[in-house]
Design a protein around this ligand. Structure first.
Ligand code: RUQ
Ligand code: CUA
Length: 633
């Protein structure tokens, strides 16, 4: 009796250890709440259980997805897929007063939109460290940094010579640099004129490394490399054995833009396009050694004059995504017009560079011999775009044409006679998938449980909202051998990429504390009704105002028509979620201050009369009473 109890106890210990080892080896736990395959009930029931987050319960992950030409970043929880927040980035957003106060208006610099594409987390040692989220503007050569302590944009950097920054925001494993690149080549510097029939010679591509200050996250231009007028599309950063390299795919290596010729046809003539590789340490060193030319104020390395910085690798034509596997050993590229995805081996790449094993040179950039650097071609299916990874040596490639996700095995391969044996599973999605993302999938230790398919079309898998319908995102369980669809969610246009991070990696602040040494104090903050005041200097009227439940002080501002008015609004609340807004009717003024925050708005009182101002955020039972007047004489 006793010994059988001991055996039972031992078995329990062994089982617990086995589970712990399993979890530790994959680094993470599988989905909870009945997500395990075959676990009781129908598929629908088990999918429902796997995604159900009961009222008051919290999600396990944050999903940050780009808002495309909406210019924002959306935040949702996983597995519930509930939308939690919208972070305005390149576009004004009245909901948070973004783009209305002086500081954010200055960051937007006159632009009213941007095309946010690929979010990238800051990393330490190849792991998401939860400090910053970067995102590129595919329209205006910009990149932005969101501080994950308060989920707000702190910097938008515009970089010279980058035309349509698509191959961004890919972060090196210790956040030294982040990528930017030209998608649509133009003559440089900005403002230079050349006709499209001079495309091959006068139009230029540029790729860049943006340096990140490790303390503050401040971004500045590190280096640029001049590259042929191809279209630089997507990128990734090397890690582990490939750390130190950035990779970008490019199409239109035909290097032409024929008027009326249809780029979709002219750019698909050659059998192969390329992956561009840049050694970012060598690029930074070359700039430090004074080897760069100055173009448009930026340090630009010309590979015709500076070698050892950039290389091309041939890839199946018209590629889109290039993705580095978690180990850093394999670089996966997909040509949209080829039903295969190609795996390159970083050891072979390094050897080819060392032995100068080149098959060509383009504008000073050596082209590595394809057969020497390629490891394998995997017949994943039609229209492969992007690839993500789990923790079990598998890759997941989105197939736009097939509307499916293909799961396949990364090298090593023991039998290369038939590569289709390494395509392990395929799951149809609804419909036409673009990007896809796995939990912590760009880090060196993906979690291997969730995948989100970001689909371009939703074709009515929801109640109708007219001809303009949302994009769809589908949550997929990848913890078993076969993928399993769990949930359909919808977003505004148009997610191009997303990232999933463990919820416990973020620890956002709840209020801006009055005397927080870690947080910059606003010089114009006032914390009491006594300090609040109105001062006039010539034609400028400056107001230091407090907002607190449920009044403004001062609540009357007297100015003359034509005065410049500056209002510094401090929300003196120190309670979470107690926001106050400040809107002046008919003056197009709408700012919002979070608890402890000071916002400044400057405007000209160009209309005489009496204008009411009020608090826009419902803050208390007497919120409606929170109002005042601006009197313009
Ligand atoms: S890109 S999916 Cu920026 Cu693939 Cu759109
Ligand atoms: Cu303050 Cu409503």
């Amino acid at each position: 009796m006793k010994s059988s109890r001991n055996i039972l106890a031992m078995l329990v210990v062994v089982a617990v250890v086995a589970v712990l080892v399993m979890v530790a080896s994959c680094g993470k736990r599988p989905p909870r709440r009945g997500a395990t395959r075959g676990g009781g009930g129908s598929d629908v029931t088990s999918a429902a259980l796997a995604t159900y987050v009961a009222p008051g319960d919290l999600d396990e992950y944050y999903l940050f997805y780009s808002g495309g030409h909406g210019g924002q970043v959306f935040v949702a929880g996983i597995p519930s897929m509930r939308h939690i927040a919208t972070i305005p980035v390149f576009t004004p957003y009245p909901g948070t007063g973004y783009g209305f106060d002086d500081e954010t208006k200055e960051m937007l610099d006159g632009y009213t939109w941007g095309d946010s594409h690929h979010p990238g987390f800051s990393e330490t040692g190849g792991e998401y460290d939860g400090r910053w989220l970067f995102i590129n503007d595919n329209a205006n050569g910009r990149i932005a940094r969101i501080d994950l302590r308060d989920f707000k944009v702190k910097q938008i950097l515009k970089v010279a010579n980058i035309s349509a920054n698509h191959g961004s925001s890919f972060v090196s494993p210790n956040t030294e640099y982040i990528t930017m690149s030209t998608r649509m080549s133009v003559p440089i510097p900005a403002g230079t004129y050349a006709d499209v029939d001079e495309y091959a010679e006068k139009y230029k591509g540029v790729v860049a490394g943006i340096e990140i200050d490790s303390d503050t996250g401040e971004m500045s231009l590190g280096w640029e490399v001049l590259v042929p007028p191809f279209n630089y599309d997507l990128g990734d950063a090397g890690k582990g054995p490939s750390e130190g390299y950035f990779f970008w795919t490019c199409y239109n290596s035909e290097r032409e833009f024929i008027e009326g010729g249809k780029l979709e046809v002219t750019a698909s003539q050659r059998d192969k396009d390329y992956i561009l590789m840049v050694d970012w340490r060598a690029a930074a060193q070359a700039v430090a050694d004074g080897k760069a030319d100055t173009i448009g104020g930026a340090p630009v390395l010309n590979p015709e004059k500076v070698s050892g910085v950039a290389w091309f690798m041939p890839l199946a034509k018209s590629p889109h995504g290039v993705d580095v596997a978690p180990s850093g050993q394999w670089i996966v590229g997909s040509g949209k017009l080829s039903p295969t995805t190609t795996v390159f081996n970083i050891d072979k790449i390094k050897k080819a560079i060392e032995e100068e094993d080149y098959e060509d040179t383009i504008d000073g950039i050596p082209v590595l011999t394809y057969a020497s650097v390629r490891e394998a071609e995997i017949p994943v299916g039609l229209g492969p775009l992007h690839t993500q990874f789990d923790c079990r040596g598998n890759a997941y490639t989105s197939l736009f044409v097939e509307s499916a996700v293909a799961k396949w095995k990364l090298p090593p391969y023991d039998d290369t006679s038939d590569m289709s044996q390494y395509v392990l599973d395929k799951l149809p999605v609804s419909y036409n998938i673009g990007h896809l993302v796995t939990a912590e999938g760009d880090s060196m230790s993906p979690d291997g449980n969730y995948l989100v398919a970001l689909n371009k079309l939703s074709k009515g898998r929801h109640i109708s909202v007219g001809p303009s319908i949302p994009e769809s995102a589908q949550l997929i369980d990848i913890s078993g051998d076969k993928m399993r669809l769990l949930y359909d969610a919808f977003t505004e246009p148009e997610p191009h990429y997303a990232l999933i991070i463990k919820a416990d990696k973020l620890d956002p602040i709840e209020v801006y504390k009055k005397d927080d040494p870690d947080w910059p104090q606003n010089a114009n903050a006032v914390w009491t009704a006594e300090e609040a005041r109105v001062e006039r200097r010539g034609n400028t009227v400056e107001v230091w105002m407090i907002a607190v439940r449920s009044f403004f002080a001062p609540d009357v501002i007297r100015v003359n028509k034509g005065d410049t008015v500056i209002v510094h609004l401090t929300n003196i609340e120190q309670t979470r979620d107690e926001l106050h807004g400040f809107a002046i009717n008919d003056y197009d003024i709408n700012i919002v201050a979070d608890p402890g925050e000071t916002k400044t708005v400057t405007f000209t009182a160009d209309k005489s009369g009496v204008y009411a101002f009020y608090c826009t955020n419902f803050c208390s039972a007497l919120h409606q009473e929170m109002q005042g007047y601006m009197l313009v004489k």
